[in-house]
Design a binder for this molecule. Structure first.
Ligand SMILES: Nc1ncnc2c1ncn2[C@@H]1O[C@H](COP(=O)(O)OP(=O)(O)OP(=O)(O)O)[C@@H](O)[C@H]1O
Ligand SMILES: [Mg+2]
Length: 245
């Protein structure tokens, strides 16, 4: 583990002070109790806001990237990042705030993967990754980057990595997370995926109007929704498809 608890020193300035999860961070904090933590919750519940702030604390550009490179940020890019405190283990201090070349933190966000890959390709003159991302499909590119980056002790922040992934690729990603956790890495992943969140031993933190609380996979609304939908898709579609002229 690198980070064992997140909290906010005070409420940040601006819009994000109104988010329940941000108030929760300021009032009570959120412990991280396992090497893999999933942040779940409705659209707009604050998952990405928190992920970006953790990236700030980890010294990674909130746009996505790798710590200790030119893609690393120069300062807090988000209002929450300015006030977020992370309780670090000794390993966490070394890997996040130690000598620049020893830092190990990566922020993977679906939206910025393409820019990141292009930037790295330009810088190196050839592919940073073994396979050239420009010749791969969307999902193949994701898997290539994840395969390459999830490796060894370090902090891995993933914001909805399932966006381009098939069922099988999601299972593979869950396996990568498990492997990297065993290697001393820590993963924090915002997701809507019932597959990823089923990873045994992972901590699930539900964000919502209540703030933040520990959740149990079988009781998550996202799992329940899928279960009900797959059992009776026709019932859901009856409300969506209007046959009347
Ligand atoms: N720069 C900004 N200015 C104002 N409001 C913002 C800004 N960024 C995010 N918000 C608001 O903060 C809330 C939380 O957004 P956030 O992106 O963290 O949600 P999320 O949980 O990641 O949602 P999703 O599941 O859709 O990715 C949203 O209501 C959003 O509109
Ligand atoms: Mg988001």
């Amino acid at each position: 583990m690198l980070i064992t608890r997140l909290s906010a020193r005070r409420l940040p300035d601006g819009w994000c002070a109104a988010l329940p999860v941000v108030r929760h961070l300021a009032e009570r904090g959120v412990p991280l109790t396992a090497p893999v933590t999933f942040l779940v919750g409705d659209n707009g519940s604050g998952k990405s806001t928190l992920m970006e702030a953790i990236a700030d604390v980890g010294g990674i550009n909130a746009e996505g990237g790798k710590a200790g490179t030119k893609y690393a940020g120069t300062g807090p890019a988000t209002p929450l990042g300015e006030v977020l405190d992370a309780d670090l283990t000794v390993t966490g201090g070394r890997l996040l705030h130690g000598p620049r070349l020893k830092r190990r933190a990566f922020f993977f966000r679906a939206e910025t993967l393409v820019n990141l890959a292009r930037g790295v390709l330009t810088k190196e003159g050839k592919g940073f990754w073994a396979d050239d991302l420009t010749t791969q499909s969307h999902g193949e590119g994701f898997v290539t980057v994840l395969d390459y980056m999830l490796d060894g002790p370090g902090l891995y922040l993933l914001d909805e990595p399932e966006a381009a992934l098939s069922f099988q690729s999601c299972l593979r990603l869950a396996g990568l997370m498990h492997r990297v956790a065993g290697e001393g890495g820590q993963v924090v992943c915002a997701t809507h995926s019932p597959i990823l969140t089923a990873l045994p031993g992972a901590q699930i933190v539900e964000l919502g109007d209540h703030g933040a609380r520990t959740g149990e996979w079988a009781k998550l609304p996202l799992v329940d929704d899928w279960r009900r939908f797959l059992a009776r898709p026709d019932l859901y579609m009856r409300h969506i498809v209007d046959d009347d002229p």
